[in-house]
Ligand binder design. Structure first.
Ligand SMILES: C[S@@+](CC[C@H](N)C(=O)[O-])C[C@H]1O[C@@H](n2cnc3c(N)ncnc32)[C@H](O)[C@@H]1O
Length: 297
């Protein structure tokens, strides 16, 4: 386990993942009934953008650094409000030093009666995470394999909630592990909201994964197609050499307004975060019956 999120915190991929997470939590807050947030790969909860790792790999400068003080069109403001609000609260004035990890976004938006279960396998990171939240009675931190934990954590007693699966992709079979974990968890908890992050090295590989999962969900689980949403962002041509150029999220049982909000806000975000020609974005719901037939051919 060599992956350290501190090198990447606040980059374009974090922005898309974290804004979607904040929107899903905001949606759950719309009803008074308590809910649970499960983070299978939590990281350390917060990142110092002036720290060693961020200094060596300042990806945040072309990520959150470009957004935080920008003048936002209304559609973008509405999409980013809960996410940027947290970052502003964590920092003084216009200076950007602290960036929230997924557990911090969740803890800051969730209410007193809601609960969080955070898994982090790396011993030191898990200790850091535990220390960060040990006074927060809503939070349980476990040093445990998030995929294995997920099986025993769903359905949560509250029956409402959200799972974030955000692995480091160090393992070449990570997509398969992720699909397996989601399928097993959905079997036990078909109404939970699941957000999972995946890199976008090429549209074809991502399509194969997304379509395979969508096909299983629709045909085996009778999930309505509109219950699957995918959003991707790429900041330069995906075929270009070098660092990660694209990433996205797949959301199962998404808030019903999310697709429309992402479609309205992502074009501006893509323009603002672009680092070269060939950048882009896409937001789409699940496959139609026709797509599935094409896929089967
Ligand atoms: C991409 S980072 C998570 C970032 C975090 N979700 C966020 O958005 O702030 C992935 C994390 O998963 C941890 N990890 C790797 N394999 C794991 C596993 N099987 N179970 C739980 N955590 C794992 C890594 O140590 C790393 O901290």
């Amino acid at each position: 386990m060599n992956y350290r999120h501190a090198f990447h915190a606040g980059n374009f991929a974090d922005i898309l993942k974290h804004l979607v997470l904040a929107k899903c939590v905001e949606h759950l807050n719309a009803k008074p009934k308590p809910y649970r947030y499960i983070d299978t790969h939590s990281g350390i909860g917060g990142y110092d953008l002036a720290g060693d790792e961020a200094a060596r790999s300042p990806e945040w400068k072309d990520g959150i650094g470009r957004l935080i003080n920008a003048e936002l069109p209304d559609a973008v403001e509405s999409l980013l409000a809960p996410y940027l609000g947290i970052i502003r609260d964590m920092n003084e004035g216009d200076t950007l030093r602290h960036y929230p990890g997924s557990p911090e976004i969740a803890t800051r938006l969730m209410r007193e009666g809601d609960r969080l279960h955070l898994c982090e396998l790396h011993p030191q990171d898990s200790e850091t995470l535990d220390a960060r939240y040990k006074r927060d009675k809503r939070v349980k931190v476990e040093q445990r394999d998030g995929y294995k934990a997920l099986k025993s954590l769903v359905p949560p007693p509250e029956k409402r909630g959200l799972v974030l699966i955000d692995p480091p992709f160090e393992d070449k079979d990570e997509l398969a592990h992720m699909a397996e974990a989601v399928m097993a968890a959905l079997d036990k908890w078909p109404t939970g909201t699941f957000v999972f992050w995946r890199s976008l090295k090429n549209l074809w590989a991502a399509d194969r994964f997304d379509n395979g999962l969508a096909e299983w969900l629709i045909s085996e689980k009778q999930l309505a197609p509109e219950k699957i949403l995918r959003a991707d962002l790429w900041i330069r041509d995906l075929a270009s050499e070098g660092k990660l150029a694209g990433a996205g999220v797949v959301v199962i049982n998404p808030p019903w307004t999310l697709e429309e909000k992402l479609t309205a806000g992502l074009p501006w975000i893509a323009d603002t975060l672009a680092q070269g020609d060939g950048y882009g974005w896409r937001v789409d719901g699940a496959l139609t019956d026709e797509d599935l037939e094409d896929l089967a051919d």
